[in-house]
Design a protein around this ligand. Structure first.
Ligand code: ADP
Length: 589
């Protein structure tokens, strides 16, 4: 059995199921301990022709065999089969339900964790938590309950019957069993450590495999297949070593179990034969005793298996608990209010920002004002802090130093959800789901009509491309479907963001992969569609921002200048340089 903060309440939640399972288990165990008595009757009956039964003696004839052996045995077997079926369904079923509930809780928790968590946590490790670790916890729950009660009840009942027959022989048989349990307890501690190492090694391996498959195009382009293979081999070897180390201890434990069980059989046979020789036991009684002993082999083995299973379960549950205890760092303050309307004014006032776990600022003392309804460009070299601005408007991170205002309200004083409800975002990586194009575009709007989806696609200049795909808007994207170009991906992402008609739209480098004519089309469409609504274009191409109301030029996390194209051309040397450089590049192209 396994206990812990996140698992204890499930014993109560599934109490009815567990109790039904335990009732069936106890009934089956009781039925099992009736069988050795029949061994005695058969052996003694064959040997002596009479059988001790119900405090008297009965003749061992065909009628007795039928009435006292065959018929009861038949019913006992049927009872055991049905009972086993019931307890398996109930106890293993409760384990599966616990796995489902924990997985749901973990997924909900993961969804609330911030971008910072995902930037440091590897996806492979998360996947292994959701699969391997949860399966181990599930096994420990259902199987654990079964083994604990089986060991206690069947073991207790068989021991009681053995004691009644001969206490000395029972005590002698118990000595190796006690040694076996002690040994398991000692080895169990090492096994917890080894299991944790094994799970970590498996996580590292899945991380690597996941990253290699995602980046297969880069690996092939740089002909680095062999280097990747070597790295994979090394991780695979580490995983193998961790498995071998765990299996070694587990095998030692299994061998010891067999050794102890065999030594008890020697004791029972030796001392039991002596009792028969002395006339204290009949042959049938010795068989009955051996029958009870056979019945307790499983409970005692179960105790050692339980210790092994508990070691694994504890290590996995600790990993699951670590995840569930990861703090949500972007949360609503107690005074946060929900907003029901946003005009779209954005102000940064003396914002200095540093990402968690780094020792440099990504923004220094940034201040600017974007009025509601303005079309604003944010431009600057790679790494100058453009995406960081978007991260802070969307409250992907907490603003600790300085203040970001939306419609004059400090973003820290409004609920994260209500703020994001009024924002739409086209991220740089333009991630699309493995789903139809239609569902990708309609992602943010639950009851979107086909008409709305088409309008958004027309505005982002992708409608014509989609019509050329075999299944049109129902074409599957991604792993199971078509692969689209970078530019098409960008335009589908823009269409997805346009669906919500949000008060604030942020496009992060969203037209960089399309040609200049398509860019012009998209910008023209957006100008009309976003009339009166705040739209921020993060870009590195001057052509994207040239005609906007305002351009914010960033460098090294600082605002260099703010103005429209003409103003910046007139007074900002850095902007002029950028323009000249890009014109030169265009001429070259
Ligand atoms: P831009 O969008 O202008 O290319 P970013 O805003 O992405 O630049 O990055 C600004 C700076 O912040 C860079 O130095 C970058 O390395 C750093 N940075 C960006 N994201 C993170 C992160 N998640 N953790 C730590 N540093 C980051």
């Amino acid at each position: 059995m396994i206990f812990g903060k996140y698992i204890n309440r499930f014993y109560l939640k599934y109490a009815v199921l567990i109790l039904c399972g335990l009732a069936a288990l106890v009934a089956v165990d009781y039925a099992q301990t009736l069988i050795p008595e029949m061994y005695r009757m058969v052996i003694d009956g064959v040997d002596k022709g009479v059988v001790a039964v119900d405090g008297g003696y009965a003749d061992f004839d065909m009628q007795f065999v039928w009435a006292r052996i065959c018929v009861p045995m038949f019913f006992i077997i049927i009872f055991i089969i049905v009972g086993r079926f019931v307890w398996r369904i109930c106890l293993f079923g409760s384990g599966i339900r616990v796995e489902r509930d924990l997985r749901k809780k973990m997924f909900a928790h993961c969804e609330e964790l911030s971008a910072e968590f995902y930037s440091r946590e590897k996806i492979g490790n998360l996947m292994s938590l959701f699969t391997n670790d949860l399966e181990t916890v599930q096994d420990c729950f259902g199987n654990g309950i079964m083994m604990t009660f089986d060991a206690a009840f069947l073991g207790g009942l068989a021991l009681y019957k053995m004691f009644r027959m001969d206490w000395l022989m029972t005590l002698l048989s118990l000595i190796p069993m006690a040694l076996m349990v002690a040994m398991s307890l000692i080895l169990g501690k090492y096994m917890t450590l080894k299991w944790r190492t094994r799970q970590q090694a498996f996580s590292d391996l899945s991380d690597f495999a996941q990253e290699s498959f995602s980046g297969i195009a880069v690996i092939k382009a740089f002909v680095k297949e062999f280097k990747e293979l070597l790295a994979f081999r090394w991780l695979n070897k580490k995983n193998e070593n961790a498995n071998v180390a765990y299996t070694r201890i587990s095998t030692i434990l299994n061998v010891l179990v067999t050794l102890f069980v065999e030594s008890v059989i020697c004791i029972v046979l030796g001392y039991g034969s002596y009792l028969v020789y002395k006339g204290i036991f009949t042959g049938g009684q010795l068989m009955e005793f051996i029958g009870y002993f056979n019945a307790i082999i499983w409970p005692v083995t179960a105790i050692t298996e339980l210790i092994e299973m508990h070691s694994r379960g504890k290590a996995s549950l600790n990993r699951v608990s670590d995840l569930l205890e990861t703090k949500r760092d972007v949360t609503d303050s107690p005074e946060a209010v929900s907003i029901d309307h946003v005009d779209g004014t954005i102000e940064f006032r003396n914002v200095t920002f540093r990402y968690p776990n780094v020792d440099y600022d990504s923004l220094h003392d940034v201040s600017f004002l974007i009025n509601a309804g303005e079309k604003v460009g944010i431009i600057g070299k790679t790494g100058s802090g453009k995406t960081t601005l978007a991260d802070l408007i969307l409250r992907c991170y907490n603003v600790a130093d300085g203040t970001v205002f939306v419609d004059g309200r400090d973003v820290n004083t409004v609920t994260v959800k209500s703020l994001r409800d009024f924002c739409a975002y086209v991220p740089q990586d333009n991630f699309l789901f493995s789903d139809t194009i239609r569902n990708n575009i309609a992602f943010a709007v639950d009851d979107a009509s086909d008409e709305e989806v088409k309008v958004a696609a027309i505005l982002s200049d992708i409608d014509e491309n989609i019509s050329r795909f075999g299944d049109g808007y129902n074409t599957f994207m991604g792993e199971r479907g078509v692969t689209v170009s970078g530019g098409q991906k960008q335009r589908i992402s823009i269409a997805r963001a346009l669906m919500t008609n949000a008060s604030i739209l942020i496009l992060d480098d969203s037209v960089s992969a399309v040609d200049t004519d398509t860019e012009k089309n998209i910008l023209n469409n957006l100008r009309k569609a976003r009339y009166g609504k705040t739209t921020i274009y993060i870009a590195h191409r001057i052509s994207t921002v040239r005609d906007l109301d305002k351009i914010i030029l960033l460098d090294n996390g600082e605002v260099v200048d703010i103005g429209d194209h003409a103003q910046l051309m007139e007074r900002c040397p850095m902007y002029r340089n950028m323009v000249a450089l890009q014109e030169l590049e265009e001429e070259d192209a």
